[in-house]
Write a protein that binds this ligand. Sequence first.
Ligand SMILES: *[C@@H]1O[C@H](CO)[C@@H](O)[C@H](O)[C@H]1NC(C)=O
Ligand SMILES: *[C@@H]1O[C@H](CO)[C@@H](O)[C@H](O)[C@H]1NC(C)=O
Ligand SMILES: *[C@@H]1O[C@H](CO)[C@@H](O)[C@H](O)[C@H]1NC(C)=O
Length: 182
Amino acid sequence: MEKMICRILLLLILTSCVSGSFVVNVTQTSYQAEENHNITLEWTFTTNPDRSIKTLNILCGHNTGQNTSVLYRVHEGVEVSESQDAKFSGRVQSDKDALREGRIRLQVSRLRTDDSGLYLCEVNTDDGFSVGRCTASITAADDQLQPQRPTTKPPAESGGMTGFYILMGVFSVIQVIVESRA
Ligand SMILES: *[C@@H]1O[C@H](CO)[C@@H](O)[C@H](O)[C@H]1NC(C)=O
Ligand SMILES: *[C@@H]1O[C@H](CO)[C@@H](O)[C@H](O)[C@H]1NC(C)=O
Ligand SMILES: *[C@@H]1O[C@H](CO)[C@@H](O)[C@H](O)[C@H]1NC(C)=O
């Protein structure tokens, strides 16, 4: 009997850990924008009406492959702007109303090409911990692009091959003529 209760307890503990009732999702997995434009990155997380906002901790970061910098941070329900990396200073607008509904909406303005990369948000509450990630690709504005020079290599190669085939054709025609005369 005691063994049975132990098993049930163990099962309960395991399922509550494994089932992962607390999730962070992304509404879009990848974003594409041009330099100097805006994007609004969005994550959603499981809400619970019984949960106090004070138990909400969020850390959103940008990872370029080499560096990770803080984009947005909420500590015990309060935004901590001091944690934000200088490169995002004055460029990130959060939506506080959305946050109460379980949506992290961050508008990043005056985009730069080095804003490209991986963005992830970790949400930590009394109900659990989860991470959501998305990527952004910021392209240089058209007027700053180098005029694209036609790449010469592939056409030259295919041109060379075309010449080769024409030459082969000519040779076989000559061969046919020669043979028919013989
Ligand atoms: C970006 O957002 C700012 C502030 O919301 C707005 O004034 C500006 O027009 C937007 N720029 C673009 C390119 O959408
Ligand atoms: C997260 O995504 C799953 C699967 O699409 C969905 O069932 C769930 O409701 C979403 N949860 C939140 C909080 O967005
Ligand atoms: C990474 O951080 C270092 C030091 O802050 C900086 O010098 C470097 O330019 C950064 N590299 C990238 C790719 O952002």
